[in-house]
Unconditional design. Structure first.
Length: 256
């Protein structure tokens, strides 16, 4: 299968080494581009930004010395995104109608407040499932470069996945981000340990204590630079997480 990734420009990694081979400046600009492109297009270009951003990130990612490649199609990404928007619009219409019924038959409950609360909850649920559909799509089309492609994807329990996401969000909000390294470690570790690439199961070995030390330094740098360092935090997290992701040789999943 043809591989059009810039292998000749990549910095070689040692056998068994995991690495996110992206210079800090490029990582900074990439995260800035993703944010600006999404905001200024009112999210209309989000699938384009997401597709090219994730495709490039995977092309400079190595797991156990093996370079990754992404073979998903942009039109498929847009299809997932548009179907999510349509579902959100239909949900909002239904919620508005139900809120009007509540206001008519139960005047003690203001329909405006009922509609606002229900719409916020529906939006959050739709956004959650949209991000998870995009994540499953990305995992499904992620492979090792220059190898025979096998089964790739996520194998996880939907209820447990939702529980992890809700727990992470609640903890981050209630602690004003103080425990974010903990929630990031839990969430990334869960999804990594549920991932399969070409029949090979992944395993995450990152230590929370190591992440907390880095996190404290990054926050200090962000404050010292008046927020200019902030986009680099996402890049640093990606680099740390990738460096601690490996192939679980003991639990390889045979390809069909």
């Amino acid at each position: 299968m043809e591989n059009n990734l810039p292998l000749e420009d990549a910095i070689p990694v040692l056998p068994g080494e995991s690495k996110y081979d992206c210079p800090a400046v490029k990582g900074y600009l990439l995260n800035l581009f993703t944010f600006v492109g999404t905001v200024f297009s009112l999210s209309l270009l989000y699938p384009v930004v997401y597709y090219f951003s994730e495709r490039w990130k995977l092309s400079v990612t190595y797991i156990d010395g093996k370079q990754l490649t992404f073979e998903g199609k942009l039109w498929h990404c847009y299809g997932i995104y548009l179907s999510g928007l349509i579902l959100a619009a239909l949900s909002a219409t239904v919620i508005t109608f139900l809120a009007s019924l509540v206001g008519r038959y139960f005047p003690q409950f203001p329909s405006e407040w009922v509609s606002l609360g229900a719409s916020a909850a529906t939006t959050a649920v739709n956004a959650y499932f949209l991000t998870k559909r995009l994540l499953r799509w990305k995992k499904k089309h992620t492979h090792f470069a220059d190898e025979t492609h096998g089964e790739s994807g996520l194998r996880h329990n939907l209820f447990r996945c939702a529980l992890v996401s809700v727990l992470n969000t609640v903890l981050s909000v209630l602690t004003l981000g103080i425990v974010y390294p903990l929630t990031y470690r839990l969430k990334y570790g869960y999804y990594t340990n549920s991932s399969i690439i070409d029949g090979k199961k992944l395993i995450f070995k990152g230590k929370l204590s190591a992440l907390y030390g880095r996190w404290a330094l990054w926050i200090l740098l962000t404050v010292a630079t008046l927020g200019l360092y902030l986009p680099l935090i996402a890049h640093n997290l990606q680099s740390w997480a990738t460096a601690n992701t490996f192939i679980d040789e003991e639990e390889d999943t045979p390809s069909p």
